[in-house]
Structures are given as C-alpha cells and as structure tokens.
Write a protein that binds this ligand. Structure first.
Ligand code: ADP
Ligand code: MG
Length: 454
C-alpha cells in the first residue's frame, strides 16, 4: 500500500514524502479514502498507530477549496489536552505546507486575545480543547454553525477527563449536515453512545491491536507492599543496568513525591506532570534527552504528548488504571536492537489492574525473580559487587550523596544474613518493613529476591 493509492492530491503527497513517510499505517490506509469521500468514520486504533495523519491528510485536501469567514471556522478538531492539540496543529503545518490553510489553536495557557484575533480573520481549521472552546463560545467570540467537518480525537481520553458533556454541547452547535470523525484507542460504552448520537451511518475502522507487547521488551511484575515500592524501585534502579528510565505513576502527587524521594537518595531524576505548563515540561524533557538527568518520573497525561522513546527501562510505580496505558507506557522502551526492560510494582489495587492488562494482552506477565536479576546475567563475575549493592553499571549505581552510600551496603549485608533460598513460586515479600525511607529494611533486599545468590 502506497500513499499515492489513497486519492490524495499531488501537493499533499509531496509534503508527505518530505516528512519522510514512505507508506501509510493501517489506520491511515483505511481511513483516508472514506474521509476524502466525506463519510463519517469511527477510527479505533491503539496509541502510536498514526491516527493523526489519518484525518489531517484527507482534511487538508477536503478543506483546500472553500472560503474562510470571520468568526466561523470551517472545521473543528477537538483534542483532550493542550499537548495533543498542539501536536495536531504541527501535523497540519507539516503536511499542509503546500496548501493555503489558516489554522487556529484554541488552548488554555495561551493569550486569548491572539486567538480571538485569529478567529476574526477567519480560519479553515480550528484545533481546540473543549474547555477553551466552550469559554469562547459562551462569550460569543466564535460561531460554530459554519463548521462542515468535526473531528473528535482521542475520544477515550476525553471521557477520562470528563469532557463528554462539553463535547455533546459543542456537537449540538454544529450544523447537522457536517462530516464527523471520531478517533479513539478504545471504545468504552459512553463513547459508543456518543458516536451513535452524533455520527451518521459511520464507517467503522478498527485496526487490530499491534503485537501489544513488543518482543524486544522484557516485562516483569513484582508483587510488593505499597510501602515497599520506593525501596524496590531504588533497588532496581541501582541493579538492573538502568541507563535511562521513565517511571510512571498514576497521580500527580505521587509523581512529585517520588521524584523528590529519588533525588534525596542521590538519583538524577526529574518530573513531568499535568500541573506543569508546557514549557516547563519541555524543559524537563530536554534535560532528560541531554543526559542531564537519566530518570523521568511522569504521569500518563503529561507523557502522552511528548516524544520520549527508546529508554532502557520503564517502571510502573503504579499499574495504570487503563490497560491500554500499560501497553503505551512500556512501549517507550525496546529500542531498535537493544532490549528494553519494563517493571510493574504491584500492590493493593494494582493487582486488579494488572490482571486487566494480562487479559488485554492475552499473556501473563512473569513475576520478577532471582533468575531475572540483570547483574547476575550481565556481570557473571560480579558476585562481590552484587553483595555490596554496586552491581549496576548505570549512572545510579553509585548514589550521588555520600550519606546515602552507607545505606545500601548495610541493607545488603542484612540481606545476606537473613536470606533464605528462593521459593519456586515468587514469595510475597515480608511485611515487616518499617520506615523504608529511614533506611531500615529488616528483610532481604528487596524482599522477594535471593540476592545473596547473585
Ligand atoms: P496516534 O494518534 O494513533 O497515537 P500519532 O498520529 O500521534 O498516533 O502518530 C504516532 C507516530 O507515528 C508519530 O511520531 C508520527 O509522526 C508517526 N507516523 C504517523 N504516520 C506514519 C507513517 N505513515 N509512517 C511513519 N511514521 C508515521
Ligand atoms: Mg492521536
């Protein structure tokens, strides 16, 4: 399948070639022709499958003819977050460079004055987050009855973020004769309902899940107690040859606290979460890319819009609530050639969430055990090193603060003494670990591993 077979204009094909794309992804191949034929579509495909271009490309051709009018955008794309909206706009700029299309981006955190000015001059494509659009609509700064085309992107995210009532409100303001497209990674019932209400006889395009777990990624789960999570994480960071890692947590507060805790233990870590503005997120990402820090603690929403791929490790400090997010998270490791490692710490509610992941991926994630310890596999002659907790070769093998150095050794020694042979089924860690951050670990390190044997 070739882009040229899809019915796109020569100008557009040229921009696509300049972008370096040689062939359409499956969702693009299936969505582009019906969009060009002005059909309503529902596009369901996992994150990272190229859904953006599957509507941006045909839209550029569809919007190529027609005239702009003040206050009345000709098309509207709704995206759940500022980052995603900005990414869609970038796509329009990249592929639309040979076309004369006016874009406007209506997102929070940007001066409203400029946005209103752009609307007054007339736009072909309005890309907006629901909140800001509603705001301007209610102030009478925008009219939606000239909108011939509507895209609801990342619909399942919209649902997560509580935007469905806003979307319904907005849909009701658009002309009935419009073309509507809805894209989503999953179709939970409220999204099905939304599609039924606002799409007309849509063509449903469902791209089967890509091999959900890439074979270059080795994934493990680790049953722990909630209060052992940080200790376990630090142990892994120091022992598993971590070069670069993203640590995902489900809540913003966890992201912040975990980052602080890691820094206090001498790790070179940073954070991105939804409370940070876009420029601080990009700044933090740049520090990560430049190697200034090698660990990034992130929330799903903050990480979603950012291009972070090819890390050596992904850690799920919490199991994501949506099993799709698991696939998306661990997909950030597993670089070409190099094997990526993904660890999920499972405590309390995580157990149910990880069971859902296993159901979705149709495979059981193995429990991390002695035989999986990297230091043993990669450094066969490092027995003594392992005992002193210095096995890893990554940046963090040596904690940066001198005061921290004593702690792991103390723990490791204790481990050596108290270690029992590993049971065949991964044993649950012992529960008697008081005050982990005080450095007191009464059981083996890290609880479930027979490190003395490494
Ligand atoms: P989704 O919305 O499905 O999560 P995106 O549209 O954000 O996915 O695309 C994911 C990545 O794939 C982007 O980096 C994009 O540049 C790239 N991509 C999209 N289409 C193609 C293609 N045809 N060939 C190669 N890369 C592509
Ligand atoms: Mg997308």
């Amino acid at each position: 399948m070739n882009f040229a077979d899809l019915g796109l204009s020569p100008d557009l094909l040229k921009a696509v070639a300049d972008a370096g794309y040689t062939e359409p992804t499956p969702i693009q191949a299936q969505a582009i022709p019906p969009v060009l034929m002005m059909k309503d579509i529902i596009g369901i495909a996992q994150t990272g499958t190229g859904k953006t271009a599957s509507f941006v490309l045909p839209m550029i051709d569809v919007m190529a003819s027609g005239r702009r009018r003040a206050l009345m955008p000709r098309s509207l794309i709704l995206a759940p977050t500022r980052e995603l909206a900005a990414q869609v706009a970038e796509n329009f700029e990249k592929y639309g460079k040979n076309h004369d299309l006016k874009l406007a981006l209506l997102i929070g955190g940007v001066q409203m004055g400029d946005q209103v000015k752009a609307l007054n001059e007339g736009v072909d494509v309005l890309i907006a987050t629901p909140g800001r659009l509603m705001d301007l609509f209610e102030r009478g700064k925008i009219l939606l009855n000239g909108c011939e085309l509507l895209v609801i992107d990342e619909a399942d995210r919209m649902l997560d973020m509580g935007f469905i009532p806003d979307i319904e409100f907005i849909c009701d303001k658009l002309p009935e004769s419009r073309q509507t497209m809805l894209f989503s990674a999953t179709m939970p019932p409220p999204i099905e309902k939304l599609a039924k209400k606002f799409l007309k006889n849509p063509k449903r395009i469902e791209v089967s899940r890509a091999a959900t777990t890439n074979k270059d990624i080795t994934a493990f789960k680790i049953p722990v107690q909630q209060r052992q999570k940080r200790e376990t994480l630090r142990w892994l960071l120091r022992h598993d040859q971590v070069e670069t890692a993203i640590i995902f947590a489900n809540r913003k507060t966890t992201v912040r606290e975990l980052n602080k805790s890691l820094q206090s233990h001498g790790f070179a870590s940073g954070e991105i979460h939804g409370d940070m503005d876009q420029s601080s997120r990009i700044k933090e990402l740049d520090r990560f890319k430049s190697g200034d820090i090698n660990i990034l603690v992130a929330s799903d929403v903050a990480a979603r819009g950012l291009d972070i791929k090819g890390v050596s490790h992904v850690f799920n400090f919490d199991t994501p609530w949506h099993p799709d997010d698991y696939v998306h998270r661990i997909g950030r490791t597993g670089r070409a050639g190099a094997k990526g490692r993904a660890f999920t710490l499972v405590a309390g509610d995580d157990a149910e969430a990880i069971a859902n992941v296993e159901k979705l991926t149709k495979s059981e994630i193995p429990v991390f055990g002695k035989k999986d310890v990297r230091v043993e596999l990669v450094e066969p002659d490092s027995k003594s090193k392992a005992k002193t907790d210095r096995g890893g070769s990554g940046k963090n093998s040596e904690p940066r603060k001198a005061a921290d150095k004593a702690k792991p050794e103390k723990r490791a020694k204790k481990a050596d003494q108290s270690e029992k042979p590993a049971k065949s089924k991964a044993p649950r860690p012992k529960a008697d670990h008081a005050a982990e951050d005080a450095g007191e670990w009464n059981g083996p390190v890290p609880g479930f591993l027979d490190v003395s044997a490494c």
